[in-house]
Every structure is written in structure tokens, then in C-alpha cells.
Design a protein around this ligand. Structure first.
Ligand code: ADP
Length: 389
């Protein structure tokens, strides 16, 4: 059983040096009240007229920082007092005080409180002491808050300038990537316009122009898709990845045949659906299959395998191509990073495929990783959360 400490024992703790007569005076002018845990005794900004001294239990003092946040300033316990500042300053409450446990308090109304202050030097001294300490604590808190805000502002500024830099870099890259095929197409068109091209070179000129225009279209589509993936969070639905893999294989059948690359899909008989957006997942898988074929040797095998386990669906895209040197492995997912040449072999590509794929997979809360041995091949691995009803 808890014993409520008597006011005569508690009051000297609050007001050291108080004389027995003054203690009597405080007691005679106050009342003992019990409040349930959770009760708000002082409310910030309210005009209230009571002074409290805690006899038993704990209260929490908190202050609103902005519209949403409140900050716990401290916990007060038996022998502590609160509510004096508003009374002395005739001001609204500076903080909110809430009972943390059931509390028993000694309460004094303003008129009585003023009288005691006038008559009791030890109570007045304790007040001065306490108030100056609280003001100093408030200053420290305000300085600490300012320091935190300044650091947050500096961080935000840094992030903004990094974003601005990335945006500029992106624009420069896009302009650069567009200029090469545009200049090539434009050059051939001018020659065609002049009508001076020998007929036997006509086909070559048209094909080159068409190829460059196609590259521009692909680039623009990729950029639009990239922005869309960044901005719009699609509604997820159950996605049949096997059907997507079949569609991608069908779309690449001609290209694979031209390179004599064997393209195969292997799938679990009971493949569980993934949770996702089918259009962007198809774009991601397309990027991996496109690369697998592009970086394969003539006659190489490319295999897409689909398995489900626990609450995940796994997609592996495996090739027997040139592989990825360890020193560039971290960068292959960056926008516009691409390798144009390996030995005598030239590769097309703008370096957007993997960055789009990674963005899509991240948006699905999945992972995209790669294992690769130079000269032997690469395996890209997508892990996606399975669909849950
Ligand atoms: P792109 O294929 O248009 O060059 P990606 O973003 O898809 O751009 O790929 C970036 C780079 O990653 C490629 O240029 C290549 O160097 C490397 N890479 C991607 N996939 C493979 C792969 N299957 N085998 C070897 N290298 C790859």
C-alpha cells in the first residue's frame, strides 16, 4: 500500500528553509486533490489560476513545437511544484501538465498563492530559484531546437542542390543522347533531299535513318516511362509473371533468331502471382532480356526461369555472354551508364534499361541483383513479393 506523504513533509522539500509557521500557512490555504492518471492539470495557452505541489505520483510537462509535434520537457514527482509561472506573470500556461500516474496534489488558488509569496521569504526565494532555472532550461531547449532546425535546413539545402545537379546532368545527358542519332538521321535526310545519292546507296541511307529515328523514339519512350515510374504509384494487382515472360520472349524471338541465341522460359508448374503492376514489370523484364541477348555470343543460351517460394516470386535471367567486370558492377544500374564496346564488338543502347528495371523493382519492394563472371555470363535476379489477398 502506498502512503500519501503528508504535506508537512513535502513542503520543505519544495521550499527549503521554510519555517513551521509558514508551512502551516500554506497548508491552511490549500486543498489536497487526487487526479486520475491521464488527467490534464494545466493546459498550454489556457488562462488558469491554480498553483500545484505534488504530494504523490508523477506528472509530465510537455509543450507543442508546431501544429503536429509536442515535446516532453520533463517529468515532475513528489516534492516538485508547477503552475507558478503563469500566476506570477499573469500569463497563459506555457506548457501542458498531465498526470502520468494517479497523483495527489496540494492546490493553491492565485489569491492565496500571492499572499503566501508576500508573506514568506523562503517560498519567494524558492520561486525565484525555480523560475530562473526553468527560464534557463527553456533557453537551452530553444537553442537546442534551433540547432536541430539549422541542421535540418542545411540537410534539405544539400539535398535540393544535389537534386538540382542530378536534374541538370540528366538534361545534358538526354540532349547528348538525342543529338547523336538526330544528327545522323538529319545528315542522311539532307543527302537524300539533294538527290545526289547513287541509287545503290539509297537502301543503306534509308535504313540508317530509320534506325536512328527508332533510337530516338526508344529514348523518348524510356524517358517518359522513367518519369512516370517516378511520379505515379500504380495500383498493384496479382501479376502472372509467366504470361509476361512469354510475351517478352515472343517480342524478342526475331532478334534472338537473328543472333542465333536460344531463348527459353522455365517455370514452376504452380507459380504464385506476384503483387505488382504488369506494365512496368514487363518493361523491367524486357530490359533484362534485351541485355541478355545483346551481350550473348552467337549461338548462346538465354534462359528466363520463374519460381515461387514462401511469399516471394523469383525471376532469373541467365546468359552466357561477355559478363560484367567487377569494377563496373555498381554502376550498371545508373542512368545512362552503358558500355559501347567490347573488343571489336560495338553495342547499341543508351544505358537506361537497368536503371528503369531497378526503379520498377524497388517500387514493388522487391530486389534486383546480379551475379556475373567475365567471359562466362551473367545472371540477373528479381525477387518480388507474392500477391496476398
Ligand atoms: P544498355 O543496355 O542500354 O547499354 P542498361 O542500363 O540496360 O543499358 O545496361 C547498362 C550496362 O550494363 C550495359 O551497357 C552493359 O555494360 C551492362 N550490362 C547489362 N546487362 C548485361 C549483361 N547481361 N551482360 C553483360 N553486361 C551487361
Amino acid at each position: 500500500m502506498t502512503t500519501i506523504r503528508t504535506p508537512s513533509k513535502i513542503i520543505p522539500r519544495a521550499f527549503p528553509g521554510i519555517k513551521p509557521k509558514e508551512i502551516e500557512q500554506v497548508i491552511s490555504k490549500s486543498r489536497v486533490t487526487t487526479y486520475k492518471s491521464g488527467t490534464v492539470l494545466c493546459r498550454e495557452n489556457a488562462v488558469e489560476q491554480t498553483f500545484y505541489m505534488i504530494l504523490e505520483g508523477d506528472v509530465e510537462v510537455s509543450k507543442g513545437i508546431n501544429q503536429q509535434e509536442t515535446r516532453l520537457l520533463k517529468t515532475l514527482t513528489a516534492g516538485d511544484f508547477f503552475g507558478e509561472m503563469a500566476l506570477i506573470h499573469n500569463a497563459p500556461r506555457a506548457a501542458t501538465v498531465t498526470a502520468k500516474t494517479d497523483v495527489v496534489v496540494l492546490e493553491l488558488d492565485k489569491a492565496e498563492f500571492d499572499q503566501i509569496l508576500e508573506q514568506s521569504p523562503s517560498v519567494s526565494m524558492a520561486m525565484v530559484h525555480e523560475i530562473s532555472q526553468r527560464l534557463r532550461q527553456n533557453d537551452d531547449l530553444a537553442i537546442e531546437d534551433l540547432r536541430v532546425r539549422a541542421a535540418e535546413l542545411a540537410d534539405a539545402y544539400q539535398r535540393l542542390s544535389e537534386e538540382d545537379h542530378t536534374r541538370r546532368e540528366l538534361l545534358t545527358n538526354i540532349a547528348h543522347e538525342l543529338r547523336t542519332p538526330l544528327m545522323a538521321a538529319n545528315g542522311y535526310l539532307q543527302i537524300l533531299q539533294k538527290g545526289t545519292l547513287p541509287p545503290e546507296q539509297m537502301n543503306e541511307a534509308i535504313n540508317t535513318t530509320a534506325r536512328n529515328v527508332e533510337q530516338i523514339v526508344t529514348l523518348v519512350n524510356d524517358i517518359l516511362f522513367m518519369q512516370e515510374v517516378e511520379l505515379v504509384m500504380p495500383e498493384f494487382e496479382p501479376v502472372d509473371l509467366a504470361a509476361i515472360a512469354d510475351r517478352v520472349v515472343e517480342a524478342y524471338a526475331k532478334k534472338a533468331l537473328a543472333r542465333r541465341v536460344r531463348l527459353a522460359v522455365r517455370k514452376d508448374r504452380h507459380l504464385t502471382p506476384a503483387a505488382g503492376d504488369p506494365r512496368s514489370l514487363e518493361r523491367a523484364l524486357t530490359a533484362l532480356v534485351d541485355n541478355a541477348i545483346k551481350f550473348s555470343p552467337n549461338g548462346g543460351d538465354v534462359e528466363i526461369s520463374l519460381t515461387s517460394r514462401a511469399d516471394q516470386v523469383l525471376v532469373l535471367v541467365k546468359d552466357e555472354g561477355i559478363g560484367i567486370p567487377p569494377e563496373i558492377r555498381a554502376r550498371i544500374f545508373d542512368r545512362f551508364f552503358h558500355v559501347e564496346k567490347n573488343g571489336d564488338h560495338l553495342f547499341g543502347g543508351l544505358g537506361l534499361g537497368l536503371s528503369i528495371a531497378r526503379q520498377v523493382i524497388q517500387q514493388h519492394k522487391g530486389t534486383l541483383t546480379v551475379e556475373s563472371v567475365v567471359g562466362r555470363g551473367s545472371t540477373f535476379r528479381i525477387a518480388l513479393p507474392g500477391w496476398r489477398r
